[in-house]
Design a protein around this ligand. Structure first.
Ligand SMILES: [Zn+2]
Length: 181
């Protein structure tokens, strides 16, 4: 095989020559990438889980290179914007938001081994989804941070459901304040 026939990984800063049969595809950048980049991207990806009132749960993995469903099927990533926010050369966190149509209703930092409000809310949502009592669709976005033991978590509902969700979480107290904490 001559040099001109070699396929190089299209991920930024990689350029690894890809062996025949080991091509992976970045559906976000629309380029062929190497196995190493694919694995690294999915390991550092954000996880988006959508809970629906009918009990269904949809999971998406969103990286910088690939956006895939739970069975590895490619997913259109244009609904979200995902950015790395650096607080120093080695520290920072990913921040993923819905581009439009959805409102962030809660956010929290989940710490390993610690019980937090976000965790309690996550359990409440999951249980209601299983029981078929969730009042509206809720998307939960888990973003990795440079701290292995912490991840950012945010809760989103469709714009029109923000008040419904607030009342479901806080009861009548929701009417007295904003829809978010
Ligand atoms: Zn690569």
């Amino acid at each position: 095989m001559s040099d001109s026939e070699q396929i190089k990984c299209g991920a930024p800063r990689c350029e690894e020559v890809i062996e025949d049969g080991y091509e992976q595809y970045s559906n976000i950048l629309d380029v062929v990438i190497c196995d190493g980049c694919y694995t690294s991207d999915t390991e550092h990806a954000s996880a988006i889980t959508k809970f629906s009132p009918d009990g269904s749960v949809e999971r998406i993995i969103l990286g910088d290179l690939v956006a895939i469903g739970e069975y590895g099927d490619p997913v259109d990533a244009s609904s979200w914007k995902r950015e790395w926010r650096a607080s120093s050369a080695w520290r920072g966190h990913y921040d993923t938001i819905f581009v439009s149509g959805w409102t962030e209703v809660e956010e929290d930092l989940l710490l390993w081994g610690e019980r937090t409000e976000g965790q309690d809310l996550g359990v409440k949502i999951q249980t209601a989804c299983e029981e078929g009592t969730l009042p509206c669709e809720v998307s939960v976005i888990a973003d990795p941070t440079s701290n292995l033991f912490a991840q950012g978590i945010s809760f989103w509902v469709r714009d029109a459901d923000a008040m419904t969700f607030a009342v479901w979480v806080k009861g009548d107290a929701a009417y007295a304040g904003a829809t978010s904490r």
